[in-house]
Write a protein that binds this ligand. Structure first.
Ligand code: SF4
Ligand code: SF4
Length: 160
């Protein structure tokens, strides 16, 4: 890993997280939405998800029915068999992976269903969309472990 990004893999201090939480509450949403795509691209220019995979190792996306239909089809499985083999239902009534790390994560950190992965995985960590400031608890949780969110957080705080 490039030494220049090592600090992004450290959990931000509680003080910084609190500062960021307050920032997200008061920031001008339209301005931030314009800034996010460039900050998102800058973060992922620095950070290689294949050197990380923390999201796939510790958390599960929701597998919505369109995801289940798409993935089971490419895997040549019946939807029911796919659900029985790989998924479980969480307390919110959503299908999620039945084990951690995600059963589709390889030892090389690559996703074996990358082209057809769940929409949640495609959108994660929401650094280029309004979910980033609309769902503050989710962003705060992601800021603790995702180096890309950490990088965007630092960039936003430095802009004031
Ligand atoms: S935690 Fe963030 S940087 Fe790490 S693999 Fe997931 S999206 Fe990429
Ligand atoms: S489906 Fe792929 S991208 Fe999504 S959590 Fe599993 S390994 Fe990661």
């Amino acid at each position: 890993m490039d030494e220049s990004v090592e600090h992004l893999y450290e959990t931000p201090t509680p003080e910084v997280l609190k500062k960021f939480q307050n920032f997200l509450k008061r920031v001008d949403k339209k301005t931030m939405l314009r800034q996010l795509p460039d900050l998102h691209d800058a973060a992922f220019d620095k950070i290689n998800c294949l050197e990380c995979a923390r999201c796939c190792k510790s958390y599960s996306p929701r597998f919505k029915m369109p995801d289940i239909k798409r993935i089971s089809k490419v895997m040549g499985m019946k939807e029911t068999a796919f659900i029985d083999t790989y998924l479980t239902m969480d307390n919110d009534g959503d299908y999620v992976a039945n084990e951690k790390p995600c059963p589709f994560l390889g030892n090389d950190n690559a996703c074996s269903i990358y082209e057809d992965r769940p929409t949640d995985c495609q959108r994660f960590p929401y650094t280029d969309e309004d979910v980033f400031f609309k769902k503050i608890p989710i962003t705060m949780k992601n800021a603790e472990f995702c180096p890309a969110v950490h990088d965007v957080m630092i960039a936003l705080l430095s802009k004031g």
